[in-house]
Each structure stands twice: as C-alpha cells, then as structure tokens.
Design a protein around this ligand. Structure first.
Ligand code: SF4
Length: 460
C-alpha cells in the first residue's frame, strides 16, 4: 500500500462539534480513492450481511458491524451516511427475500453515523469504543428502533408493538459488552498497520493493552457473561412445550392476517384451476397479469379444450415453461371427456388431470369448492416446519401432520395464514424474526438455528 502523507499528517479532532471536522469529512467525498474504498466497504457489507458469529444459544453478532465500524472510522460521517443508504438499497435490490427491511435503513444510517462520529479522525480509546457501542445498542437499537417497529406493526399488521419487551432489552444488554470487547480487539488489530501504511492519521491508536484497558475489558466481559445468563434464563422461562403452543400459533396467525386470502384472481373453478396451474414457480402477481387475456379469449373449459398449446403459450409465456400451456389444454380436454366440462372437486379426480399435483388439487378444492384442504407449497412447508406445527422433510408428510395439528375448520385459513407469513416475514433465507409476532412460540427460533439479533437486520 502506498503511503499517503496527507492522511498520515491529518489533524485529529477531540470531538465532531467543529466546522473543521465537518469540512474534513466533506472533503473525503471529493477524494476518489476514498470513494473507491467506500465502495469496497459497501460490497463487503452486502456480502457479509447474513454472516454472523454465534455468541450463545440464540444470540449472534452480525459480522457486518465490524466492517461498518472500520469503514466509518476511515471515511467519516458524510460518506458513512451515503454508504449505509447505498448498501441497504443495493442489498434489498439484490436480495429481495434477504435480511433487508426498508424501515431499518434508518437505523443502518444512524449506526454508521454513530461509528463515524466516534472514530473518524479521533484518538480511539477503549472508552470511546464502549461509548459508541452503548449509543448504538441503547439509542439506535432501542430508542430509535422502537418507534419504527411501532409504526410497522400499526401500519402493516394493524397491531400494537410491545414497547417494553424484556428479552429485546436484555439482548441488547448482552450484546453491548460482548460487542464492545470484540470491537476493541478488532480495531486494536487493524489501526496500527493502517497507520503504518499511511492510510490513517498518526496518533489514533490509544487502544494499547495497558493495565487500565485490560481491567476495562475484564469488567465488560463479566457484565457480558452476567447479562448472557440472565438472557438465557429469560428465554427458557418463555419457551413452552410445543403441544401447548399450536393453538397460540394459530391464534396469532389469525390475528396477524385476518384478511389472508388467495392472491390469485379468478371467479370460478375453471379459472381457479388455470391460475393455480400457472402459479407453479411463478409469482401470483405475474399470473394475475396474464390471466385476464387468457380468461377473455378462453372463457371456459370447452374453449380451452378446443385450443392448442401453441396458441395458448404466447399468453402464458411469462409464467414459465411451455409444458404449462400443454398441461392446461390437456387437463381441459380430459375434463371435457371425463367430467362433461365441469371441473371435478375431489382430490383423486383432480390429481388425475395432467399437470395437476396434490398441491394444486388441494388449492382448487379449498378455494373453488370450499372443501377443507391443506395445500402445502414452499411457504407452507417451510413456515409450518419452522413453527413446529409439522416436523417433516417432505410436503406429503407435512400435509398429513398439519391435518392432525390444525382443526379441520381452520385448514383453509391456515393455508393462507402460513403463505402470508412466509411471504411477508418468515422468508426462506433470512426469516425476519426481529419483526415476527411468533418468536415466543416458534420451535425454529427456540432451537436457535437462525435467530438474528434484533439489530442484525442492520450491520450495527
Ligand atoms: S420466529 Fe423467525 S423462524 Fe419463527 S416463524 Fe417467525 S420469522 Fe419464522
């Protein structure tokens, strides 16, 4: 790395409350090398967003926070704000079902700003690192995040958010000392070589392992361990045996998604069958775009049976494979031949149609004929197994277990509740447990397989 004498000899500031400080921070924005470095930090933050270090049971520390702190220390508050906004926007665009949550962009920006205000062109002491962590865990993760979550719950879920949520507060209490210690060690490791290489101003490193600093680290570690024990005890008390929770899970889902219904547009059994067949490996939104023209030009089973697959294909091309149009036409021909043009309503009859599997048949039975059925698609499979409503490794067993676990009167609703929850909160790669109303009841959450820290939606 080439030494940069301008950076090496740059002035350090005692606090960010001066014009010179902000002039220096603004000047970084005109420095091409600094912008390239910021782009690298943004890329790293996106790449490391889902990477975390397990601290204990269901506690994890997002690795992104180290990168965030380091970047903010080098390029200062102005680029830090822009970098956080860019990394969250890009991340959400690249990984729409990932851990990104639009409202958390505010906390992401706030966290980057806090790190920059504490570390940029400053003498970095243990106390400074500890204060920066405290500001993030207390002011950002609790004080700032609470009204954001209240707004989210009110607007999106029509529910009120629990302001005094003990596990969340204890979680941040646990994280504060643990993250402080790790951050001190991380910066202690990086600042000296960066200073030596002329990429940081001289005099920033005040993190030497003096007796005083070692005592500070030891005290913090002790506080962390005590808070950790308190946290684990709180979680244990909260966990209930799964058999007692099924009803609660269904109740919470019903309260959370009272308007859950099919998101496909159709008005009769024929349209239901066609729309559901088209929806395999395609979004409901896309299906809804193509079906108006399909239903206009092929209004019933007879007209679809009289068509050929090549005629139908251009209408439904955007929904995927050509085999879908072949199956739809073939299914309608069979309905004409065997059932006189009326879509059958039993599982056996429906699954005998070309391209109609158990899932499609169950959806048609439930929504077109109002018969009790549980269709297990990817969302239902994932969410029900995470929640512990089922414990199966295939869709058929999941369906059978859900039939046992859920009262028959709720089967049709449960299908939609689980789909809504899977789409909005419990996504495949990164379930948004931090905003999930089911954490206290979820087997997956309690099994501590994937439980992001409340603030891990951000790299804080
Ligand atoms: S707590 Fe997490 S894993 Fe469990 S249902 Fe909610 S989002 Fe899914």
């Amino acid at each position: 790395m080439q030494k940069n004498p301008v950076v090496s000899n740059a002035r350090l500031f005692r606090s960010p409350f001066s014009k010179e400080y902000w002039r220096a921070a603004l000047a970084e924005f005109r420095n091409l090398k600094m912008l390239l470095f910021a782009a690298l930090i943004v890329a790293l933050r996106i790449a490391l967003k889902s990477v975390s270090i397990p601290v204990a049971a269901d506690l994890r520390i997002g690795v992104g926070f180290f990168v965030n702190a380091f970047g903010s220390m080098v390029y200062g508050p102005v680029i830090a704000i822009a970098g956080a906004a860019v990394s969250d926007t890009l991340g959400a665009l690249l990984f729409p079902s990932g851990p990104y949550f639009p409202l958390f962009m505010i906390t992401e920006i706030a966290g980057s700003l806090v790190f920059a205000l504490f570390f940029y062109r400053a003498e970095i002491t243990s106390l400074r690192v500890i204060l920066s962590r405290f500001c993030i865990d207390f002011f950002v993760n609790i004080v700032l995040q609470t009204p954001i979550m209240m707004a989210y719950y009110q607007i999106m879920l029509g529910k009120s958010y629990k302001i005094f949520h003990l596990p969340r507060i204890i979680k941040n209490l646990v994280m504060f000392p643990v993250e402080s210690v790790l951050l001190i060690l991380f910066l202690r490791l990086l600042i000296p070589p960066m200073t030596q290489a002329g990429q940081l101003p001289k005099g920033m490193n005040k993190l030497a392992f003096t007796r005083k600093n070692i005592i500070v680290l030891a005290v913090l570690t002790l506080i962390g361990v005590a808070a950790l024990i308190l946290y684990i005890r709180t979680r244990r008390k909260k966990a209930k045996p799964m058999n007692d929770t099924r009803q609660d899970i269904l109740r919470v889902l019903a309260e959370t998604y009272p308007d859950a219904k099919p998101e496909l547009n159709f008005s009769n059994p024929y349209e239901t069958l066609v729309a559901v067949m088209l929806s395999a490996q395609c979004t409901d939104k896309q299906v809804n775009k193509v079906t108006p023209a399909v239903f206009r030009d092929f209004p019933d089973v007879a007209s679809m049976a009289a068509a050929d697959a090549d005629t139908l294909y251009p209408y439904v091309k955007s929904c995927g494979f050509k085999s879908k149009s072949q199956n739809i036409v073939a299914a309608c021909r069979m309905i004409m031949e065997r059932y006189g043009g009326a879509v059958p309503s039993t599982l056996e009859e429906l699954t005998s149609l070309p391209g109609v599997g158990r899932k499609t048949a169950n959806v048609v039975m439930a929504v077109a004929f109002g018969k009790p059925a549980i269709a297990v698609d990817t969302h239902v499979f994932r969410v029900s197994n995470r929640l512990g409503l089922a414990q199966a490794d295939n869709v058929l067993d999941t369906e059978m277990q859900l039939r046992e676990a859920i009262p028959e009167s709720d089967w049709n609703h449960a299908h939609h509740w689980l789909i809504f929850h899977g789409r909005r909160v419990c996504s495949a790669r990164n379930p948004k447990c931090s905003i999930c109303p089911l954490t206290g009841l979820c087997a997956y959450y309690h099994a501590q397989k994937e439980t992001p820290h409340e603030s891990n939606t951000a790299s804080l």
